[in-house]
Design a protein around this ligand. Structure first.
Ligand code: AMP
Length: 221
């Protein structure tokens, strides 16, 4: 079975980052998380970071042009035999259209879009308990892993923190933004025959297995 280019779609907290990491460990993927790239830009105080920071802190989307440019820059460097795994992009129909055009321009087959379906209640619960490593970006959960702010990351020893956009008000805003701007992508990709839905609440091991199966040539619904 051929390996597929992949896009992980779903609300914040659906497990996109976690499953992207599992996949990257199992098979060669160029993992592009626009959230990670933007957080690194903010930490390094680059021009991009300065432009993105206020939007991110408020749980708003960063303007389309900025994220489209950074994805385009990376995608054009991709070798024909390499595969990409997008997580957190696209987030608007304008971004999806730009990506579809870019993929066609590069002569690649359209990616498979895996939609990780998770309820609102579960999103609020997961993001409230999410803790991230300041150094390596690893994600933990207070309930599942028993780790909290100020603890050391088991992976790299970095300090765990609560992302500013995981605080309750920003979470509510991110969910609203998701519903308004990102949810329409489910229809967009369904109509294009690229979408597969996976129950994101089915237990991490099972979801991971299903996602890996799909990455190796699974068909859309
Ligand atoms: P994430 O880690 O994917 O939840 O992204 C964190 C934040 O980065 C989002 O709340 C947005 O402010 C910004 N961001 C990440 N990806 C995008 C995107 N594709 N379009 C616009 N903003 C984004």
């Amino acid at each position: 079975m051929p390996q597929r280019d992949l896009i992980l779609l779903g609300p914040p907290g659906a497990g996109k980052g976690t499953h992207a990491e599992h996949l990257q460990n199992q098979m060669a993927y160029l993992h592009m998380s626009t959230g990670d790239i933007l957080r690194a830009a903010v930490a390094a105080e680059t021009e991009l970071g300065k432009q993105a920071q206020a939007y991110m802190n408020a749980g708003e989307l960063v303007p389309d042009e900025l994220v489209i440019d950074l994805v385009q820059e990376r995608m054009t460097q991709l070798g024909a035999e390499e595969h990409y795994l997008l997580d957190g992009f696209p987030r608007t129909v304008a971004q999806a259209e730009a990506l579809t055009a870019l993929v066609a321009e590069l002569g690649r087959t359209a990616a498979l879009v895996i939609y990780l379906a998770v309820s609102d209640e579960e999103v609020v619960h997961r993001l409230g308990g999410r803790r991230m490593c300041r150094k390596c970006g690893a994600i933990y959960n207070v309930d599942r892993d028993g780790l909290d702010v100020g603890d050391s990351c088991p992976e790299c020893g970095g300090e765990l923190y609560l992302r500013r956009d995981d605080q309750p008000e920003a979470v509510r805003n991110r969910l609203a933004v998701y519903k308004q701007d990102t949810q329409p992508l489910i229809d967009y990709y369904q109509q294009r025959g690229q979408l597969v839905t996976v129950d994101g609440e089915d237990g991490q091991a099972k979801v991971s297995e299903r996602v890996a199966e799909l990455a190796w040539g699974g068909q859309p619904d």
